[in-house]
Design a protein around this ligand. Sequence first.
Ligand code: F6P
Length: 346
Amino acid sequence: MRVGILTGGGDCPGLNAVIRAVVTKGERQYGDEVVGFRNGWAGVMEGDVMPLSAERCRDILPLGGTILGTSRANPYATEGGPEAVRATLEREAIDGLVAVGGDDTLGVAGKLAAEGASVIGVPKTIDNDLGVTEVTFGFHTAVQTATEAIDRLRTTAESHHRVMVVEVMGRHAGWIATYAGIAGGATEILIPEEPFSMSDLCERLLAHHNRDVSASIVVVAEGARPQGGEVITQTDQRDAFGHVRLGGISRVVADEIEARTGFETRLTVLGHVQRGGTPTAFDRVLATRFGIAAIDAIHDGRWGQATVLQSNEINLAPLTDLTGTAKLVDRDLFETVAGALVSLPG
Ligand code: F6P
C-alpha cells in the first residue's frame, strides 16, 4: 500500500516515535511505501510530500518535535480545502492516511472519513484532554518537565520565603496542573474545571505560608479563571480552529496574592518548554504502540477509527468519539488526592 502520514496542531514529544513505528512496520512487515505530508493539513492541501523510509526514521525515536513539521491549518476553514485534500490523496495514490493530532486535527480527520476518505487517527496532546483514550502521549513528558521545574522553583522560593506561582498549559482541562501539582507537592492547584475564589485562595495561603513553612507553590493552568472572571488571553486573534492564545493568569494571581497577603510573590510561565525535548520512556512506548496499531488499522481498512489506550490495551474507537468535548480532570483525583494535600504544611 502507499500510506501517508501527517502531524497536525501543537507538537508534542512522541510524534517522531509514531512516525518511526508506522514507517518501519509498514515498510518491513507490509512492504508499504510511506510518505509524509509536511506541516499537518497544510501539506496535504498543498501536496507537500516527503518520502519516508525505515532508514530515515532510524534515529528519530528520542527526538522531540516532529520531522514532518506541523501547523494549525484547517481545510474546512480554507476555501476549497477539503477538495484540495482529496485531490492530493488521489494524485499521490494514497491508499490510507494516518493523521496524528489533537482535537482539531482529528476533528478534520473524522469529517474527511465521514465523507469517504481512508483515514486513521492517532491521538496526541500534552494537554491529555482527548476523550476515550485514557492518556495521550506527550502528557507524561510535559508533567515530568513541569514537575522538575516546580522542584527547582521550590528551592529558590524557600530561600526567599516567597510564594511562587507556576503557570502550565491546559486550556480546557487542568491535567498537567493536577499531575505536576501533586508530583511537585504544590500548595495550591488551580484548574479550568474549577473557577477559584481569590479570597479563599489567599486565606488558605495566609494559613499555610508562615515561618515554619517557608515557601508556597501555586500551580495554575493557563485556562483557569477566578469565579465570575474570564480566561486571560495574550491576543484577540484566533487561529484557523477559532482558538484564542491563552496566557497571563499567573500574573493576575501573583499580583492579587501579593496585594492581599503581603507575601513576596514571583511567577514563572513554563510555556512551550513543556512541549519541547525528548519524550519520556512512557511516551515513547505509548507512541510506538499507537503507531504500530495505526499501520495495522490501515491494513485492516478501519477507516474513521483512532487508536486509544484502554486498561493498558491499545484499541480502536471512532474518531468522532475522541473529539468535540474535552476530557476533564478526574474529580476524584483532584478532590481526594490533590485536595487532601494542598495547603497543608509538609
Ligand atoms: O498543544 C495544546 C497546547 O499546548 C495548549 O495547551 C496551548 O494553549 C496551546 O497548545 C499553545 O499553542 P501554540 O503553540 O499555538 O502557542
